[in-house]
Design a protein around this ligand. Structure first.
Ligand code: T4K
Length: 372
């Protein structure tokens, strides 16, 4: 069977149109479209509570937020990070003239391997940049111990971790700064957007200035800032999406249960989406075991495309394999990341995906890996 229309890896939450239009009416009425207006203020307050963090600053996207976090902490030299991530994580370092030092990841949860960080520290190291990839939290306790021992800062890329917690504590409380992405491919979105969360009250003003060109007042520009401001239409979208996010989470949990039951016991497939308490359903990831599967990951993705099913090879290639960074690393230096990146696939996973379609997709994948 071929689906009549494409089934994508994800689809964004669409807010209730009449509630969103009401907000648009009030934005139009006010003629205030950007620069920290009412919607911005409301969303910032709501998310600070929702994510259970002391401070939160909104941004126009996660990448600019991450670049700003690095500026806010005045990082320089080298930063130890993971190559198993979206391009933006590594690019944010490069845009700050920082050399990314790639550390291998762990096979079970794909996060930076904390046992390999210390051997990469040099006099130039200023920080550790970990990614809570696909919602798997980094080992924040071990990473904090290393940072304390060597006087390093910690940034977490929490683009995949909206609303998650570790032992009841919002995930945005760990390290010095965490970045969230509110892109439409994320569980929570503002069409485009992002945020930084942090504990240090002194960072609030610095981050505010950095995201607004460094403008302190009409007469003073006190630092070389950037334009990182979230506009009012995006903030309004975020408020309306937040109002219905619980329904999306519930639908994804139902879908997760269907996939889990169908993939259970299929030996060429390992399901590796996190099931820890406090972690929301962000992605549904399959590891296709090359020694057992009749179809490798790449041809599986192509065969599914022919049925109009669009999976994604997150994250392949590794960022350390991009021409702009491959001088700094080799596949040998990060063998586990290299192997995982060749065999992992994100399959369609979003609240509106019909349960019958999920059955079909899972059975088609099972058929391809077992029979070729
Ligand atoms: N750090 C990490 C770990 C990240 O994953 C990301 C973003 C960032 C940092 C940077 O945050 P932002 O600056 O983006 O806020 C997508 C996204 O563009 C990217 O935001 C995201 N990570 C990454 C994991 O995925 P692509 O190239 O896969 O996107 P695209 O356009 O192919 O979208 C995937 C599927 O989503 C489409 O096939 C259909 C569906 N889709 C997409 C959009 C944009 C929709 O249904 N509606 C939409 O509006 O990178």
């Amino acid at each position: 069977m071929k689906f009549d229309s494409p089934i994508f890896v994800t689809r964004p939450i669409i807010p209730n149109p009449s509630s969103y239009y009401k907000r648009l009416d009030s934005i139009f009425e006010s003629q205030w479209l950007s620069n920290m207006g009412n919607q911005h203020q409301e969303l910032e307050n709501r998310l600070t509570k929702h994510l259970d963090v002391p401070y939160l600053s909104l941004f126009n996207n996660g990448t600019i937020a991450l670049i700003t976090a690095i500026q806010a902490l005045r990082l320089q030299g080298e930063v130890i990070t993971t190559p198993f991530t979206f391009a933006a994580t590594t690019h944010a370092l490069a845009w700050n003239n920082i050399t990314p030092v790639f550390c291998d990841i762990k096979r079970d949860d794909f996060t930076i391997d904390e046992t390999k960080i210390e051997s990469l520290i040099t006099p130039k190291t200023s920080a550790i940049l970990g990614v809570h990839v696909f919602g798997h939290p980094c080992n924040t306790e071990a990473i904090q111990k290393i940072a304390d021992k060597y006087g390093l800062r910690i940034i977490y890329d929490a683009a995949h971790s909206f609303g998650d917690s570790i032992e009841g504590k919002g995930i945005g409380n760990f390290g010095d700064v965490s970045m969230f992405s509110f892109h439409p491919t994320k569980l929570f979105h503002t069409a485009e957007g992002g945020a930084l969360t942090y504990k240090d009250p002194n960072l609030y003003e610095r981050i505010y200035l950095l995201k607004n060109f460094g403008i302190k007042n009409e007469n003073e520009v006190v630092m070389p800032g950037i334009n990182g401001k979230m506009n009012e239409l995006s903030a309004a979208m975020g408020i309306e999406v937040l109002n219905i996010i619980d329904h999306e989470i519930e639908s994804r949990r139902n879908l997760e249960a269907v996939y889990d039951s169908l993939f259970n016991g299929i030996s060429p497939i390992k399901v590796v989406s996190p099931r820890k308490q406090g972690i929301n359903p962000h992605y549904y990831m399959l590891y296709i075991d090359p020694s057992k599967s009749m179809t490798n990951r790449d041809s599986l993705v192509e065969r599914l495309k022919a049925d109009n099913i669009y999976c994604r090879k997150y994250f392949s290639p590794l960022t350390s394999e991009f021409p702009c960074y491959c001088q700094q690393s080799t596949a040998k230096a990060v063998p586990i990341a290299h192997e995982i990146s060749n065999n992992l696939v994100a399959i369609p996973f979003y609240g509106e995906l019909k349960i019958d379609d999920a059955h079909y997709i899972a059975n088609r994948i099972i058929n391809l890996v077992t029979n070729g």
